[in-house]
Design a protein around this ligand. Sequence first.
Ligand code: PAF
Length: 301
Amino acid sequence: MTLEILTTVNQLKTYTKTMRARGKTIGFVPTMGALHEGHFTLARTALKENDACITSIFVNPKQFAPHEDFDRYPRMVEQDAAALNQIGVGAVFAPSVEIMYPPGFQTTVSVSEISKPLEGEFRPHFFTGVATVVARLLLLVMADRAYFGEKDFQQLQVIRHMVNDLAIPTEICGVGIVRNADGLALSSRNAYLSAQEKQIAIQLNKILANMALELRNHTASPALANPDLPNLPDLITTIESRAQDQLIKIGFDKIDYCTIRDINNLCPPTGPMTQNRLETLRILAAAWLGKTRLIDNMGVS
Ligand code: PAF
């Protein structure tokens, strides 16, 4: 079957109605296009777990601040659609801005607490834009399951909260980060990096892996622990500042954050450092190479 390109809400609704009438389950993969193996993994997972997959391609103006890269964000819908067709995706929803946000559109979805730290601090407009577009997309598609990459870990948590709070009847599925052979997390924005910047970028995940190792070592062998660092906040501050120094030393221009957080609220963890606590921690970073902002994250246990 060849992939259908749907550009209007009516076309989308007809497609999903037909699928449901045939008793087919639908997996949905929202994207902004410029697709890479990370997106294809989401689509393949959706196809494995559902009878059909719909992917949306929409560069959402509401999640970019005026000074950000909305205009230069790569757009290649035909190429993306051809690649999705190869994988077996049934339909691409590629609406215009006017279809997504018709004249008179005035609703904003904002998920207050979990949106505040990290990305929320540096890109205050971002999660409101994401939550608004994802809520509208989820309600238009009404898929059984929707798939999001863990690379945008905070985004995934924001969307989980929103779907739970609003009782949107779609299961949200997180899919692990896809990395290239050097360990660089795949991102459409990697296309902005020069060859020299790429060499620096590939160090980011290694530094995060080292932070995880330090935390694990601390719990596995208390003898290794510095007696001056008896609790989690102190240990974390030490590990974070060492990692931030390393990032600057290897050539990153600016660090927005490189930090260890509690996965439930993305706030700094408190309490004693125990083996069980490791499972509740996530290391997250956002750092600049020239005009390109990279994000990455990693579990600890
Ligand atoms: O992760 C993305 O590509 C976007 O933030 C999303 C979820 C498609 C919303 O525009």
